[in-house]
Ligand binder design. Structure first.
Ligand code: NI
Length: 201
């Protein structure tokens, strides 16, 4: 699903992901989050799966798990989202109070096909609290740029419609929208849960 440029970007981000996977130090409370100070993220106003306008400020005080993708993605997005949301579910079971402070968010980079109704059916498959966000083509382009997500429509053999190559990231942001860490979207639910707990406790 990725061209060479996207692969290169992913490689750079995998390096920071690997550094985030080093064994936890004895005192993780004082450990610097791997994405601390990174110029990733920022404000947005988009439309949720119920057709309501939602802004980043609506999540003030909550950690956010943010994944960008598209509902027609045949393989990558569903697997990544399942890993991330199963990890969140596991973290919720282990620490219900903490998990309530975490908002999972899926942002579509295919707004022409992913309207609110399409998103609503999709997000329900992964987590009961997962919010799906879409917007105009320009709104999505602006938010993707802020969150360092690259995407590109392309025709694909064997598919009747287009596919969208896109960056894969399992972002964890803090209560003020600050970037914290990259969650291991290709890891086990336990690995995802451990990384969530590491930065939210
Ligand atoms: Ni995808």
């Amino acid at each position: 699903m990725m061209n060479n440029f996207l692969s290169a970007v992913s490689t750079i981000l995998v390096i920071s992901l690997l550094s985030a996977c080093n064994p936890a130090s004895s005192d993780s409370a004082t450990e610097e989050p791997p994405l601390a100070g990174a110029a990733i993220g920022g404000g947005f106003t988009l439309t949720n799966q119920d057709g309501e306008k939602i802004s980043d400020t609506d999540f003030a005080g909550k950690y956010r798990i943010i994944y960008f993708g598209f509902t027609y993605c045949p393989d990558v997005c569903p697997i990544d989202l399942a890993n991330l949301m199963n990890g969140l579910t596991l973290a919720e079971k282990e620490d219900p109070a903490m998990a309530e402070k975490i908002q999972p968010i899926f942002i579509s980079i295919d707004p022409e096909r992913d309207g609110p109704e399409q998103l609503k059916q999709y997000v329900d498959n992964f987590h009961p609290r997962l919010i799906g966000l879409t917007g105009s083509v320009d709104e999505i382009a602006a938010v993707a740029k802020k969150y360092l997500i690259i995407y590109n429509k392309r025709e694909a053999e064997g598919f009747s419609d287009y596919l969208v190559d896109h960056s894969r990231q399992g972002y964890l942001f803090g209560p003020e929208g600050e970037p914290i860490a990259l969650l291991p979207y290709d890891g086990t639910p336990q690995q995802v849960a451990d990384e969530i707990k590491r930065w939210t406790q």
